[in-house]
Design a protein around this ligand. Structure first.
Ligand code: PLP
Length: 377
């Protein structure tokens, strides 16, 4: 942080929420680590990206549409919304797309929460975007700790709701733990909320849950006006770099989000890519297979090394090091980095003793385990 005394008056006059804002901590990039350690081959298992890359049909469609990039997209990207709605079994009027689901999180907070009056509620730890965008707006952000085993006590969360709780964020499956509450529990919680309080269920990883129907409450969208479901193209559809996500909600709420959203935040390439990604069902199925197989294999290997992997419904595993291990989680993270394996330390989530590894392709998972074995030896 810069010394505020030395900042020009212009900068000192910025909003206090901005002056002490701590930006999002992203996973390290392959290029950074390649350069830092002079490595040829670097494997990134830090940001829960798709282990199979970009869907082949998306690559083909992008090549065919790149010549149209000089045109503005349609502001409400109707073809994409229709494709999403069809895939999700909802009416297109319920869908709002954004520059990643991050944008939808941001707009939801801004359309509902009034600074100085309202609060936003989530579990602790949680995906940092809920807190960051609340803070940026100047809205109080409240957190209720998850249980020691990372499960949710939704009664405790309900107890923290008051008349000024504008939104509650629940991530299912959770990041960083991989835990997902059963749909029946979440439904009971959803029905207990005041109808003016928006429940946002962030289902960024829901495709990886088995079976999905036991965990998702998106079939309640027609029944609960205050329910919002978030999904993203960044994980199961392999488009993290193109930035595309969406929310499903009551059509009247969706209408207001469209009114305030920047008109072209979803670009022309992202729209084409999203439509093609939904069509490429082969890629989708292959992704699920790779993640499910890799998840089981990695969990078994981690256990065999004496680590404690947490049960997970997502495309990543949170784990702790073997008991009595002389190395800290941060040491292990750094030793893996030197060897060209990037995983995620969880200090920024308030979990200094845990590590998170994304499910990669088979050879990436193998390389991670081989290197971890050597580091722990
Ligand atoms: C990755 C992730 C997202 C998706 O963010 P995008 O902006 O769509 O890339 C949303 N929520 C959680 C909890 C995530 O982990």
């Amino acid at each position: 942080m810069a010394d505020q005394q030395k900042l020009p008056a212009l900068v000192q006059a910025l909003r206090p929420e901005v002056l002490d804002f701590e930006p999002y901590a992203a996973g390290l990039s392959i290029e950074e680590i390649r350069e830092r350690y002079g490595l040829e081959c670097v494997i990134k298992l830090a940001s829960n990206e798709n282990p199979l890359g970009v869907p082949p049909l998306v690559q083909k469609r992008l090549k065919a549409s790149v010549g149209f990039a000089f045109r503005y997209p349609k502001p409400d990207t109707p073809r994409l919304c229709k494709a999403i709605a069809h895939r999700m079994g909802v009416d297109p009027s319920r869908v709002v797309v954004g520059n990643g689901s991050d944008e939808i999180i941001d707009i939801l907070i801004r359309v509902r929460a009034v600074p100085g009056r309202d609060n936003v509620l989530a579990f602790k730890p949680c995906f940092s975007m809920y807190k960051l965008q609340s803070k940026f707006l100047g809205v109080e952000f409240r957190q209720v700790p998850v249980e020691a085993d990372f499960t949710y006590d939704l009664d405790k969360l309900a107890a923290a709701v008051d008349e000024h709780t504008a939104l509650v964020f629940v991530t299912s499956p959770d990041n960083p733990s991989g835990y997902a509450p059963k749909a029946s529990l979440l439904e009971k919680f959803a029905r207990s909320l005041p109808e003016t309080c928006i429940l946002v269920v962030d289902e960024a990883y829901m495709d990886f849950a088995v079976p999905e129907e036991e965990y998702s409450i998106r079939n309640l969208l027609g029944e609960l006006d205050n329910l919002v479901i978030l999904r993203t193209f960044s994980k199961v559809y392999g488009l993290a770099g193109l930035r595309l996500g969406y929310g499903m909600m009551h059509p009247a709420l969706a209408d207001y989000l469209w009114r305030v959203r920047l008109p072209f935040s979803v670009n022309l390439m992202a729209e084409e890519a999203g439509i093609a990604a939904i069509e490429d069902t082969c890629f989708y199925e292959a992704t699920l297979k790779a993640v499910h197989t890799g998840r089981e294999w990695l969990a078994a290997q981690l256990s065999a090394l004496g680590c404690t992997p947490k049960p997970t419904q997502a495309n990543f595993i949170l784990f702790a090091l073997p008991e009595g291990c002389p190395l800290s989680a941060k040491d292990v993270f750094e030793k893996l980095l030197e060897r060209g394996i990037i995983i995620r330390p969880l200090g920024s989530y308030g979990l200094p003793d845990s590590l998170r590894v994304s499910i990669g392709a088979e050879r990436e998972n193998q390389a991670f385990i081989d290197n971890l074995k050597e580091v722990l030896a």
